[in-house]
Design a protein around this ligand. Structure first.
Ligand SMILES: Nc1ncnc2c1ncn2[C@@H]1O[C@H](COP(=O)(O)OP(=O)(O)OP(=O)(O)O)[C@@H](O)[C@H]1O
Ligand SMILES: O=P(O)(O)OC[C@H]1O[C@](O)(CO)[C@@H](O)[C@@H]1O
Ligand SMILES: [Mg+2]
Length: 530
């Protein structure tokens, strides 16, 4: 990993998200939290990984705990804003509007538009409800509880969209877009929409940084001028117009480069690593007192970003995964004692595998990183495969790349970004399956398919195309509204802004107690493999 992560550690990535750090609620500083569990040992539920609960413990016997929790939540989810470091920054009426008479790229001869009919704004106080289910008991399937009785607490996040007041003059903006990490369907759709929306605001100086964060330091790589004309058709193909990379320069070098280039709006498309970098860039800009808006758009086919309904590209990945699953199914069902094994992406989260299994209805065994399993032994996967072969004559397995890593030899190797290089569970499962059936003297025709890069490289489907378009627009609205260190996503189908640290504190995982995993088990009919 580049030195960005080092800087993040120094600056304390997770606790501090904004430029000025005063805690709004003095009671939170003095409150002594203590941990409690109810008699049923429901405490584990409190640590539900999708919960917005922070690690500090709460004294639930305090009659005010709900209010205190809500105030803390409000404070954590407050969006960092340029006025945090420039309290006197004056807003102006937005140049974005739904009734345009001239293309904004021609500038604003005379004056900025400000007439009343330029509507379509959202109010700064609009909020989106983060959790919509009232769990009447902590034992309800998938319950995400804050306290042992699972009392419902409202948690509101900030609604995304164009504001009436903006904090950047379009003609003074130099906007840069960078795409980092692995590929993901929809990257080009987001780039395209960011450019188009920037132009609608009146921005003409828009560039792409080539090959991820590396493009900020590699002198051989020059920035790519972007305009509506350049991006018009880029969404028709997969990949990223700008290229992607892992690793790269540290945060200081990136911010030096932003200063040199005169960039004051930076749009960062990437996963959790990229967002950690974006947050470090935001913090460094604050430290240097630079009026720069850094906005993230979460990109990961793994769907492992916290609090959001899903990330773009995930839908497409699931759809594409089914092609491979269907081929494995046909191979398995056309062979005598056929077994199809499909490996899907998902470094630490099994969302693609789980959803693809549900969507295809052709999977007998779905193996994901979150659920430990044995291959061998009486309850192991292989023994169940034998049962399936004997009873139905064929079987199809899908395995997420991060599954069963405890069964493989550890290499301790990492990629350029510091991500652990995983052992190949797909190949291992295939080899062990072949060996097992040979040993027990039962014929098995094993076919292995690894479609991972084919899935990641395809263009976005219609639903992701729309999703990317709205995310791209909202990213630009967030920048013009003066926010920085934020990212955009959907929450119960509504678009919202989140402070970056809140969504990347750890990867979002499939909850084994969630209804979705239960549904997957119902669909495959698989037992526990432990
Ligand atoms: N903790 C971190 N702090 C700062 N920068 C980071 C951090 N982790 C990763 N980065 C940088 O972010 C970029 C992308 O990170 P990474 O390769 O982990 O992909 P990602 O954004 O997590 O996306 P993907 O879902 O494809 O893995 C890299 O250039 C890397 O150097
Ligand atoms: O081979 P690469 O480019 O490092 O990417 C592989 C990784 O990308 C991801 O899809 C995340 O984008 C992971 O599931 C996978 O481990
Ligand atoms: Mg990542």
């Amino acid at each position: 990993m580049g030195s960005i992560s080092h800087v993040i550690t120094l600056h304390g990535l997770i606790p501090s998200t904004r430029c000025s750090y005063s805690h709004s609620n003095p009671r939170l500083q003095t409150l002594k939290f203590t941990r409690v569990a109810n008699k049923d040992g429901i405490f584990a539920q409190l640590k539900s990984q999708n919960s917005t609960q922070k690690s500090q413990d709460i004294d639930f016997s305090d009659p005010d705990w709900k209010t205190i929790y809500k105030e803390d939540f409000e404070s954590r989810f407050r969006l960092p804003h340029v006025t945090d470091i420039f309290p006197d920054a004056a807003p102006m009426h937005s140049t974005f509007g739904l009734k345009m008479r001239t293309p904004r790229t021609r500038g604003f001869p005379g004056n900025y538009p400000s007439c009343k009919e330029w509507h379509g704004y959202i109010n700064d106080n609009d909020r989106v409800l983060l959790k919509t289910i009232f769990y009447s008991s902590p034992t309800s399937a998938g319950a995400e509880c804050i306290d042992p009785s699972c009392i419902w607490v409202e948690q509101w996040v900030h609604r995304a969209g164009p504001r009436e007041k903006i904090y950047f003059k379009p003609e003074e903006v130099k906007a840069a877009i960078v795409t980092c990490g692995g590929l993901c369907p929809g990257l080009n759709d987001v780039i395209r929409q960011i450019v188009i929306t920037l132009e609608i605001y009146g921005v003409t100086n828009i560039v792409g940084i080539p090959f991820g964060y590396r493009g900020f330091s590699d002198k051989e790589l020059t920035e790519v001028p972007l305009s509506r004309k350049v991006v018009q058709n880029i969404h028709l193909s997969g990949g990223s117009l700008l290229g992607v990379s892992r690793g790269g320069p540290g945060v200081n070098e990136i911010v030096d480069s932003l200063e040199e280039r005169g960039v004051n709006m930076l749009f960062v498309l990437g996963g959790n690593g990229t967002h950690a970098g974006a947050n470090a860039i935001h913090n460094e800009c604050c430290k240097r007192r630079l009026k720069v808006s850094v906005i993230g758009v979460p990109k990961t086919i793994d769907n492992d970003i916290l609090l959001m309904d899903k990330t773009f590209g995930f839908d497409t990945a699931v759809e594409e995964a089914q092609r491979a699953i269907n081929s494995a199914y046909i191979e398995a069902h056309s062979a005598y004692h056929g077994i199809g094994i499909v490996k899907l992406m998902g470094r630490s989260s099994g969302f693609i595998a789980m959803h693809a299994a549900l969507a295809s209805g052709q999977i007998d065994i779905c193996l994901i990183p979150e659920i430990p399993f044995n291959l061998h032994g009486p309850n192991g996967v292989l023994s169940h495969l034998k049962y399936l072969i004997e009873t139905t004559g064929s079987a199809v397995v899908c395995v997420a790349e991060g599954a069963g890593q405890d069964l493989l030899q550890k290499t301790n190797a990492t990629d350029a970004s510091g991500n652990t290089i995983l052992g190949d569970i797909g190949v291992y499962t295939q080899q062990e399956t072949k060996k097992y059936f040979k040993e027990i003297g039962v014929h098995a025709d094993v076919k292995y398919i690894d479609p991972t890069y084919m899935i990641r490289a395809c263009r976005a489907n219609a639903s992701d195309g729309i999703f990317c378009t709205v995310l791209g627009q909202n990213a630009v609205h967030g920048a013009f509204a003066g926010f920085s260190g934020i990212t955009v996503g959907t929450c119960n189908t509504h678009y919202a802004y989140f402070p970056i640290p809140e969504v990347i504190s750890h990867p979002r995982l499939v909850d084994r107690n969630s209804r979705m995993w239960h549904r997957c088990l119902t669909s495959t009919g698989q037992p526990d493999f432990i």
